[in-house]
Design a binder for this molecule. Structure first.
Ligand SMILES: [Zn+2]
Ligand SMILES: [Zn+2]
Length: 254
């Protein structure tokens, strides 16, 4: 048996080596060739993506000034009612992270979404575990948008986070029952109206009493995640914490 195992391993290494010759490993962000010890992203891009330069609001994850008192939320979110408990982020919706989030909106973005999910999971593993989630659920796309894009970027991110946290990822538990117009040109109150009732948990979803980690790529006004959280809570979830790759600078300002 032993020579066979060795041959198998050698064969795999050879195959990997050949794959690297045909598709040399390059950084998912800047396209430069990677050193053998790097994977996914080069070390320069990796540090830009994982070092969050700002203190954040513990409630809505907006960037806040260094001296802001934000125990019960920052000036942007203090007056708002959320169905989720809080938001955590990888970084601000700015610079390189913003550029990559925009690339995820295209059908070719799936590999990049997986690389970003992996990077995020690796970087924030301890912080995400502290949440004590029982299950990971991505914000769903309407089936038509998913069909056109070919994938759901939030689902690709969520599955990597869940795998690293050893939790199950249940994209089928939450459904977008209404196609909502693109939100970029709307005011915050228009956005709230626009997504109202857009989500529903599946009848078979085992949500009762559970803590859900709800994953999305970017959070702007919070209205989409808030509606998704409302649907999860009304299906019995005890608590919803939102994890976003990127948080835009201010609520209502994409
Ligand atoms: Zn790079
Ligand atoms: Zn806040």
């Amino acid at each position: 048996m032993k020579p066979l195992i060795v041959a198998g391993r050698a064969g795999r290494q050879l195959a990997q080596g050949m794959l690297q010759l045909v598709f040399p490993a390059v950084c998912g962000a800047c396209g430069q060739s990677l050193n053998p010890e790097e994977s996914g992203f080069c070390s320069a891009c990796r540090s830009v993506l994982t070092i969050d330069p700002f203190p954040t609001c513990p409630r809505c994850a907006a960037s806040v000034g260094p001296h802001a008192a934000v125990e019960d939320g920052c000036p942007q979110c203090r007056q708002l009612h959320f169905h989720f408990e809080k938001v955590v982020r990888l970084g601000p919706y700015d610079g390189l992270l913003r550029e990559l989030v925009l690339r995820l909106k295209h059908s070719m973005g799936e590999t990049l979404a997986e690389l970003l999910g992996e990077l995020w999971a690796e970087n924030a593993n301890a912080r995400l575990r502290e949440i004590g989630a029982d299950v990971v659920i991505p914000v769903p796309l309407h089936w038509w948008r998913r069909f056109r894009r070919g994938y759901n970027q939030s689902e690709a991110l969520a599955s990597r986070l869940a795998a690293r946290m050893r939790l199950s990822c249940r994209p089928g538990w939450l459904r977008r029952i209404r196609h909502t117009p693109q939100q970029t040109a709307q005011t915050p109150s228009d956005r709230n109206e626009n997504v109202r009732g857009a989500f529903r948990a599946r009848s078979w979803a085992r949500l009762r009493g559970r803590t859900v980690l709800l994953v999305d790529d970017v959070l702007t006004t919070g209205s989409t995640c808030n509606e998704a959280a409302r649907a999860l809570r009304s299906a019995g979830a005890a608590k919803v914490v939102v994890a976003v790759l990127a948080r835009s600078r201010t609520l209502g300002n994409p």
